[in-house]
Design a protein around this ligand. Structure first.
Ligand code: ADP
Length: 600
């Protein structure tokens, strides 16, 4: 029985036996220590998060919220789950439910607040007292001075890889992260990691080579990526995966083809979403004590440049300004700008107006590092190269709720039930085709092959039953019934699936030229999920060389400045292959850490 189930059982028992609301003895009570101290009383409350119920136990001493325990939840590990924890801490700190939701995790935050409110309601206290906006005036310390060998801006995949690598190369490291939690987009991602793998691919009979991965990446980006950067990425992807394994990270033996990756070479971590990467780095970091410091809620604002060399970073947080001096170098790892509508509209020339297109990204993906670097003389390249996916949730733009499990076993149909594209094509090709469909949305159609058991999870840790229950996915025993549920023409849907099944048999897809197949869609239950275009990745950014050193407008190195991950440009060209972003963060994060640590 998992921890969640034990917690749920406990909550159910508490409610069933009417224990909730009864007195639980506070420590020291009954020992005659204090007759007047209020008794500790626990109440259970329930709210709705992103993925169903959040059940909390609130302990009150008199009117004071002494403790909040989250007994049950289904929120995403490292994201919604982390937000729920942060909100519980804030509520206790400020004795108020009216705390600010963690940005990017509104539903999880509101779920905890609602659960606490319900528990307080059971306690019979005056709820209005707890809805007062907290007075959050934090003592301003003024200017905080910090010095490290290497200062890293951003605690997503690339920043944390860089921090670990810099430390392994002898540096003391300071990481500045503007959000209240680490992980960036990396922790929210589907986590696919492309690498030519001598072990896993050959065990499955998949032919692959460095050359093939290189060509697909170069051609897939319309030959706009810099060959030497692509080569570094492709050649070092597998050694970087082994580096992660050496720190305890586990990957499954299964290899799959993630959306738009063009070939089966995507690896899946054992842990859900991108938590495996972030936990691996954070475990390492936590073991180093004060040698690696991570400052959360601390936003870098400017690079400090002295005599043409970058020597530190100005930042700010609730307590004041932070001046972080770097003995050796500064690494920018602040990710892309998909969540910055103004910037993407400014640079976009590939797509129709992007103002109302949602994004898969977390709200911190605003491109800060690019503007800071540009101000310090760095060259930004390929800024118009913005990646959209055809796979966003129609309400939120998020990738979660995406029912596909890989490219081979699903098709896309438009609102009439007709296929319209090679579903194994490049991401930009599929998204452009989607924009040409009526009302610009599509249905992903698949069958039991993708969900052999009810507890099979998608890349976002969701089961199909969960998705059907909350209305994100539809399920039926026949294609006709599925068509009726989603409002498409049943005859068209049946024909689309039949023609696809013939293509699987003959390995020839006449209308669309698809080449990636595995099973037919012929085994009930059948499933459908609606998807729209969503902004996913910005391929442009700071120009670097193969040592992750930042270059200026004349191609010269800017001393003391390094960059890695989505903040950089020039690798993926006009279209990033699915599954190439995470190895980009690991490979170039690791290189940046090493280069900065060894800088004179
Ligand atoms: P990558 O995949 O390249 O590592 P991520 O999106 O995973 O990119 O991580 C980038 C991180 O940088 C995020 O956690 C984001 O909040 C952080 N970040 C962005 N801008 C700043 C800033 N100005 N100061 C500090 N951290 C920042």
């Amino acid at each position: 029985m998992g921890r969640k189930h034990i917690s749920l059982l406990l909550a159910v028992l508490l409610v069933f036996f009417g224990i909730a609301g009864q007195v639980l003895k506070a420590e020291g009570q009954g020992a005659g220590l204090s007759r007047t101290a209020p008794e500790a009383v626990a109440y259970v409350g329930e709210g709705r998060g992103c993925y169903g119920a959040i059940i909390v136990e609130v302990t009150l001493e008199g009117n004071k919220i002494k403790d909040i325990r989250i007994l049950q939840h289904n929120e995403s590990p490292g994201v919604g789950a982390e937000a729920a924890k942060l909100i519980a801490e804030e509520i206790i700190k400020y004795q108020s439910i009216a705390v600010d939701a963690v940005s990017g995790c509104t539903k999880s935050s509101n779920g905890v607040m609602a659960a606490v409110e319900q528990a307080l309601g059971k306690a019979g206290v005056n709820i209005d007292d707890y809805w007062k906006k907290p007075d959050k005036i934090t003592a301003r310390i003024g200017n905080i001075e910090k010095t490290a060998d290497v200062v890293v801006i951003g605690a997503g995949g690339a920043g944390l890889a860089a921090a670990v690598s810099a430390h392994q190369n002898g540096a003391r490291v300071l990481v500045l992260e503007k959000m209240p939690m680490v992980g960036g987009n990396t922790i929210r991602s589907g986590a696919a990691y492309n690498a030519v793998d001598p072990k896993r691919q050959s065990a499955l009979g998949i032919e692959d080579s460095i050359e093939k991965h290189y060509i697909q990446t170069y051609e897939g980006g319309d030959r706009l990526g810099k060959p030497e950067l692509i080569r570094t990425l492709i050649e070092k992807a597998y050694p970087a995966l082994e580096w992660l394994e050496s720190m305890g990270m586990k990957f499954k033996d299964e290899i799959f083809t993630v959306l738009g990756s063009l070939w089966p070479r995507s690896h899946k971590p054992e842990k859900p979403l991108g938590t495996g990467y972030i936990e691996t780095y954070m475990n390492y970091i936590e073991q180093q004590g004060s040698e690696i410091e991570v400052m959360l809620n601390t936003r870098a604002t400017e690079l400090i440049v002295e005599n043409g060399r970058v020597v530190g970073v100005e930042a700010e947080n609730e307590e004041g300004t932070v001046t972080a001096k770097a003995n050796n170098g500064v690494i920018i790892a602040t990710g892309g700008f998909s969540a910055n509508v103004m910037a993407r509209n400014h640079y976009n020339n590939m797509w129709p107006d992007l103002t109302n297109i949602k994004t898969t990204n977390h709200p911190g993906a605003t491109g800060d590092g690019m503007w800071m670097a540009e101000k310090a003389g760095a060259r930004l390249i390929g800024m118009e190269q913005i990646q959209l996916l055809p796979m966003g949730d129609p309400e939120t733009g998020s990738l979660s709720g995406n029912i596909e499990q890989g490219v081979e076993n699903r098709i896309f149909v438009n609102k009439y039930g007709n296929r319209f594209v090679d579903e194994g094509a490049r991401r930009d090709v599929m998204t452009k085709a989607l924009f040409q469909q009526p009302d610009c949305y599509m249905w992903v159609i698949l069958d039991k092959h993708s969900y052999p058991t009810p507890d099979t999870r998608n890349n976002f840790n969701e089961t199909i039953e969960q998705l059907v229950e909350d209305g994100t996915a539809f399920k039926a025993d026949t294609l006709e019934d599925l068509a009726r549920q989603i409002g498409v023409d049943p005859a068209n849907l049946v024909r689309s699936v039949e023609t696809f099944n013939m293509a699987v048999e003959k390995k020839i897809d006449d209308p669309f030229g698809r080449t990636l197949f595995e099973d037919k869609i012929d085994t009930p239950p059948f499933y459908a999920g609606a998807r729209v275009a969503t902004v996913h990745h910005t391929m442009g950014g700071i120009e670097i060389n193969t040592k992750a050193q930042v270059l200026d407008n004349s191609g010269n190195i800017i001393p003391g400045l390094y960059a890695a991950g989505e903040v950089t440009g020039g690798i993926h060209g006009s279209n990033r292959l699915g599954g190439n972003a995470i190895p980009d963060t690991v490979v170039f994060g690791k290189i940046a850490g090493e280069s900065a640590a060894k800088a004179e």
